[in-house]
Design a protein around this ligand. Sequence first.
Ligand SMILES: *Cc1c(COP(=O)(O)O)cnc(C)c1O
Length: 456
Amino acid sequence: MKKNIPYRIQLSQEQVPSQWYNLRADMPVSHDPYLHPGTLKPLVAEDLYPIFCKKLVEQELDETTRFFDIPDEVREIYKVYRPAPLCRAYNLEKKLGTPARIYYKYEGNNTSGSHKLNSAVAQAYYAKEQGLKGLTTETGAGQWGTALAEACNYFDLPLIVYMVKVSSEQKPYRKAVMETFNASVVPSPSETTDIGKKILAENPGTGGSLGCAISEAIETAAKTEGYRYVLGSVMNQVLLHQSIIGLEAYEALEMVDEYPDIVIGCAGGGSNLGGLIAPFMRDKLTGKANPRIVAVEPASCPSFTRGKFAYDFCDTGKVTPFAKMYTVGGGFIPSPSHAGGLRFHGMSPVLSKLYHDGHMEAVAREQSKVFEAAVQFAKYETILPAPESAHAIYEAMEEAKRCKETGEEKVILFGLSGTGYFDMSAYMSYKNGTMTDFIPTDEDLERSFATLPKVQ
Ligand SMILES: *Cc1c(COP(=O)(O)O)cnc(C)c1O
């Protein structure tokens, strides 16, 4: 029995990592190369310069450099809201009656409310450093737009966010936060782009879609001098920045002489999971330890568990390169789900490769069960979790219940990627019993696989 472990294991400010860790340097086999969507040849850096900042392109394509220095300016902002706490879920353990020791790394302690700020700050910094004049992006549920608005405002960099029109109507507070940070929020489709005008002409009443918002963000970046478009998940650069989550968790666990038997995270595009597991996966790949690593995805958008390992676009706007990943197909339209951040069709190429080669597991869970876990967690641990993060909570609780049956004192670590304060309509729908579970049929998936690019 371990004694004297505090509820919150708090690193000091000096312990905020000074380098990001690039898991790719320790992968026995790299992920298949990105392909140019026009020529189908493996990408070179020059192909990416029109899309991403130079420094980010280097990070994107680097599979040998193990550590990247975090620029001082970025680390200074990290210090404002980091180190993020690693918490011991004593109350939850007690309620479950489990001998397992449960830890979670909480990333919701900043205004954007999630881990996304970790990469937004880095991306905004490199854009400013390169002398860019502004950025564009899209946001569906709103978390990425909020994080990037906060980061761009800090570096005095203009930002245009195309927000899916229905979301901007359903989540006016998200829009208000972005505007507080001086971002221009444009409900999409809009009259500001050719594609937006075309879609509005064809379908004046449309509520928009993520694909359309992406296309508008990309068109605006392409036609505005000095602007670039940025992405908040999936890409290697984002996983690199998010490694700060895992590095801190690793160090904090070391301080209390613990090591996880199981590491669990929710997976949308894979960035919080990829960041959390990075140093633990390193240990696994180098033979130092052998933790189980588990991705939890929504049953409504099951990229790992029911998707194909195939080349696909990283964005529905079809300008980013082809990546080999687990995907349900860019044409997949996920049924309504309250975990907006998990509705992405594909999955990080790095995580896809690790999963394909048997280094990690994945499960898909239904949202009503996930919300039940979210509500319990909120009661016992005083944090109202984001619906996305609740997928990891659910799975951690299931593992802890198994330990109760077997009597095993396992150490479980999970990622609590954000807060649920902007998701109260989801909690309302859970509470009043109108929440339903959508699971795509095999036919739905086949239809969507048919939209995969023919490069396999
Ligand atoms: C966006 C988001 C996710 C999913 O994105 P990943 O890139 O898979 O991490 C998970 N949790 C929260 C709170 C989010 O905002």
